[in-house]
Design a binder for this molecule. Structure first.
Ligand code: TYM
Length: 341
């Protein structure tokens, strides 16, 4: 039997090249070898306020992006999280096994709470987050428990993610181990798959910050749906480091980041990239990088248009049925073990 993969992305904001290189690219690469489940996590999206109409549209757009990226619905299961109610049900059970302290420690919770409430003079953020802070949504704290439920429902072996999700995966493993210890063997304890290159693509405007959907500075991210002109402008405006060499030098993080994007999209080795740009200036390098990104995204953007509403619906319906058949078995087992059924 093939081993199993589960992963997902949130239908919020615009997906960027970091999401692709850190996650989606690997989903595609792994789908032949593994039985794969790729979920559009719309329940995660509402941990921050969303416009309902836009959320509904983005959920379908994200399915198109998975397909355009190369996720093959004949090989992998693509589905919407809310179509499988077991995700929300298992979240409740796992919430009852989760500790306040371990949820409060999650960096993403601390970051999001801080970003959302900056300016209101609440002193959380950094290490100071305390549960019960007046206006932090409870969903933000519960977020990683829902993520754990996503993964554990499918008895997942491997979870391909970017670096920023590693801590959530560790919590997932802790919850699985705790549940197995207290109620008997129930969940497979999953392993992360974090790519050696590309797991943390940085902002083009600040190489100390990861490229992020929620960054207010749109010039920091290359979105998968950006047109050629916008991409070229963003790359031209990208900050660089002092010096002139184009190489993978930790002390020159801006150039390292740009070169990493080039490496992954051109499928060259690190050495080949350095050799290729030996003697080139930043202008030439940025020109070639822009061309590489544009040429990569052009066919991708064409493929997005290939799926009309009925064919997309059919893929998602079939995906949800397959997902449910597995998720419901796990939930039944959990309910029996906990005395709910
Ligand atoms: P999300 O939607 O923020 O991001 C989707 C995937 O993209 C990766 N990623 C990056 N990789 C490299 N460089 C970056 N700058 C970068 N930014 C984001 C993320 O690590 C992620 O793999 N909580 C998850 C969604 C989720 C999930 C799950 C993932 C919910 N349930 C179960 C795996 C398994 C999230 O918000 O991803």
């Amino acid at each position: 039997m093939k081993k199993r993969i589960f992963s997902g992305a949130q239908p919020t904001g615009e997906l960027h090249i970091g999401n692709y290189l850190g996650a989606l690219k690997n989903w595609v690469a792994l789908q032949d070898e593994y039985e794969s489940f790729y979920c559009i996590v719309n329940l995660h999206a509402i941990t921050l306020p969303q416009d309902p109409k836009i959320l509904r549209q983005k959920t379908l757009d994200l399915a198109r992006i998975y397909l355009a990226a190369g996720v093959d619905p004949e090989k992998a299961t693509i589905f919407i999280q809310s179509d499988v109610p077991e995700h929300a049900e298992l979240t409740w059970v796992l919430s009852c096994q989760s500790r306040m302290g371990e949820l409060e420690r999650m960096t993403q919770f601390k970051d999001k709470a801080k970003v959302k409430f900056k300016g209101e003079q609440l002193t959380f953020g950094g290490e100071d987050v305390t549960f019960g802070a007046p206006s932090v949504g409870f969903g933000l704290l519960a977020y990683p428990v829902l993520m754990a439920a996503d993964i554990l429902l499918y008895q997942t072996d491997l979870v391909p993610i970017g670096q920023d999700q590693k801590q959530h995966l560790e919590l997932t493993r802790d919850l699985a181990e705790r549940f197995n210890r207290d109620f008997g063997d129930t969940f497979k304890v999953p392993e992360p798959f974090i790519p050696p290159v590309g797991a943390k693509i940085m902002s083009l405007q600040d190489p100390a910050k990861k490229m992020s959907k929620s960054d207010e500075n749109l010039n920091g991210s290359i979105f998968l749906l950006d047109d050629a002109d916008t991409i070229t402008k963003k790359i031209k405006r990208a900050v660089t480091d002092s010096g002139t060499d184009i190489n993978f030098d930790e002390t020159r993080p801006a150039i390292k980041n740009l070169l990493t994007i080039y490496q992954l999209l051109s499928a060259k080795t690190a050495d080949e990239c350095v050799e290729h740009f030996a003697g080139s200036g930043y202008g030439d390098f940025k020109g070639q990088l822009a061309e590489t990104v544009v040429e990569f995204l052009r066919p991708f953007q064409e493929r997005i248009k290939e799926y009309d509403a009925p064919s997309l619906d059919a893929i998602l319906k079939k995906g949800a049925e397959k997902a449910r058949s597995i998720a419901s078995e796990t939930l039944q087992d959990v309910y029996e073990k906990t005395g709910i059924k």
